[in-house]
Design a protein around this ligand. Structure first.
Ligand code: PBG
Length: 336
């Protein structure tokens, strides 16, 4: 630790010495970023040979299952260890209770099975547990007459959704709904049904954020959502509460935890890492991606440099990995 006693003073101490050349900078670099630190979120849609660009996420598309498998191959080739899947559910399959989440032939299950069939353990598949891509109201759970999201009733459905995904071959179940008690309920059901090996990455500290807009376009829930998600997602003002969320999810059987959004919440990533010493992931969310793309398009900075610097910042803050829509591009930059 820095004591003030053991260090030389200027000019014996010149901190610029080690920065003088690239080889020296590489020797003293404290943080590494590799493709193994990246998780690539992908959106899946109906059809065959279909690519649907998402206007608010320039450079990101929804892919039909066949093309999604091709993207999974791209990820393997770039050294990315894991994909995160999200569905665009057809409007006629959305309902008040989100029942499509339990359909064993839904887009998520077909996409998961297709990737696992094609690539086996060459790549992990992380599946999102929450009802917002399936509900006609865009909330992550079941609602009462007043529109309040019901906790325990929702957890029951989430358990069914998680099992549905595990049966399709999901490697990591990632509940993003923020209901209380869902990690324990899902963990128990996985164990009982013979999926004791399936990991849970809990979106433990997920904030009610203004940065999710383009994602809601991507899954088609933006126009449906009335109101906000503040009765279940966290207040951006809180960090002690984030530690309690993480503690609870770990106690209930989560293998790893996530902080979301990313860059504006690096203090939370660091606090969680220091408090629990478990794998912590961060989600550089859709609005953050869009901000970088807009900055680059406006000439405010070099896109590749912005991408790599922000991803490195997550690692410096203590994240084991980052979910990022820039993952494929970044992985290719890192191995070029
Ligand atoms: C919902 C979910 C959201 C994201 C991931 N899962 C949006 C929300 O909570 O409204 C956002 C991801 C992003 O913005 O990239 N279960």
């Amino acid at each position: 630790m820095h004591t003030g006693m053991t260090h030389a003073a200027f000019p014996d101490l010149r901190l610029r010495r080690t920065r003088r050349t690239a080889w020296s900078r590489a020797m003293v670099r404290e943080t590494q970023l590799t493709p193994a630190n990246l998780i690539w979120p992908l959106f899946v849609c109906q059809g065959d040979g279909v690519e649907e660009p998402i206007a608010s996420l320039p450079g990101v598309s929804r892919w039909s299952v066949d093309l999604l498998v091709a993207r999974a191959r791209d990820a393997v080739d770039a050294g990315i260890p894991c994909l995160a899947l999200f569905p665009y559910t057809q409007p006629d399959r959305r309902s008040e209770d989100g029942a499509e989440a339990l359909n064993s032939d839904n887009l998520m299950c077909r996409a998961t099975a297709a990737i696992k069939d094609a690539l086996g353990d060459a790549i992990g598949v992380l599946t999102d547990v929450a009802l917002d891509p399936y509900t006609s109201h865009g909330q992550d759970g079941l609602i009462d007459a007043a529109g309040y999201v019901l906790n325990d009733e929702t957890v029951e459905v989430l358990v069914g959704q998680a099992l549905n995904q595990a049966r399709a071959g999901a490697d990591i179940i990632a509940p993003s709904d923020m209901m209380d008690g869902r990690i324990g309920a899902i963990r128990e059901a996985l164990e009982v049904e013979g999926f004791g090996h399936v990991q849970i990455m809990s979106y433990a500290a997920k904030y009610a954020s203004a940065f999710y807009g383009p994602f809601r376009d991507a899954v088609g829930s933006r126009g449906l959502l009335k109101g906000d998600k503040m009765t279940y997602q966290m207040d951006p003002a809180n960090v002690e509460e984030a530690l309690r969320e993480v503690e609870q999810d770990l106690a209930e059987g989560a293998d790893s935890v996530m902080v979301k959004p990313g860059l504006p919440y690096l203090d939370v990533v660091r606090a969680v890492k220091d408090a629990f010493a478990v794998p912590v992931y961060a989600y550089q969310v859709s609005g953050e991606y869009a901000m970088i793309e807009a900055a680059a398009a406006a000439g405010a900075g070099d896109r590749d440099a912005l991408v790599l610097e922000t991803l490195l910042a997550f690692r410096r803050a203590g994240a084991s990995g980052i979910l990022s829509y820039h993952a494929l591009h970044a992985a290719r930059l890192l191995t070029a």
